[in-house]
Structure formats: C-alpha cells, structure tokens
Design a protein around this ligand. Structure first.
Ligand SMILES: [Zn+2]
Length: 126
C-alpha cells in the first residue's frame, strides 16, 4: 500500500511540473492567436494615439500590438506606432477605445456598400 501512495505522490509531482510550463505557453499562444485574429479586422492603419501610419515602408520602428484586457469584457486589440503611445493610451483608455469603436463602426458600415444612404448611419445614436 505504501508503495502505491509514494508512486501516486511522485507522479502527481511530475504532473505538476510538466503541466505548469505547458499551461503558461498555451496562454501565450492563445494570446498570440487572438492578436492575429483581431489584427485582420482591425479598422485602423494608423496609431490610435498619435495618428502615425502603423506600417510605413522602410520604417525603423515596428508597430506595437497591445491587448487591452478589462475584467468581464472581451480583450481588445489596440495597435500603436511605439511604446510611448501605449503609455499615453493607458492614461485614458476609455477615450481611445471609443475612437476605436467609432472607426470600427465606420469601416463596417462602408464595407463594400455604395457611399449613398446617409440614413443608414446614426442608428446607434439613440
Ligand atoms: Zn503613435
């Protein structure tokens, strides 16, 4: 009996050791996957804070993909031209998220549709 317990304890220890780093990695992978997914539908090509183009040919700096996570809400992807802009964003995230929402609403309403019918917009402004 004693042997079984020892075996069980050691296998549990091994299990804990092997699953912990795996779980951490899969969380990172999930995050990266989410960023890739959100990037495809990201409405802006410019930095949300300073308005610089995110991807400029021959640019020295790479855009920064930032996942904004709020409790009880879906994570949001926000893209910045540099780390400094993330710091600015973090001071008033609500303001910039609103800008992002407005940009997303614009791209969605103008998705392949004719530029006519202005009445289609403003439905959400109740
Ligand atoms: Zn910027």
């Amino acid at each position: 009996m004693k042997n079984t317990i020892t075996w069980l304890a050691s296998s549990l220890a091994v299990l804990a050791l092997t699953t912990a780093p795996l779980m951490a990695q899969s969380a990172e992978a999930k995050k990266a996957e989410l960023i890739t997914k959100l990037k495809k539908v990201y409405p802006l090509e410019t930095c949300l804070v300073c308005g610089d183009k995110l991807v400029t040919a021959g640019a020295m700096s790479q855009p920064v993909d930032y996942l904004y996570e709020e409790q009880g809400k879906n994570p949001r992807l926000v893209r910045f031209s540099c780390q400094d802009c993330i710091n600015t964003f973090q001071k008033t995230p609500a303001k910039y998220l609103k800008m992002l929402d407005e940009a997303a609403a614009k791209t969605n309403s103008g998705d392949g549709a004719a530029p006519a019918a202005p009445n289609h917009e403003g439905h959400h402004l109740h």
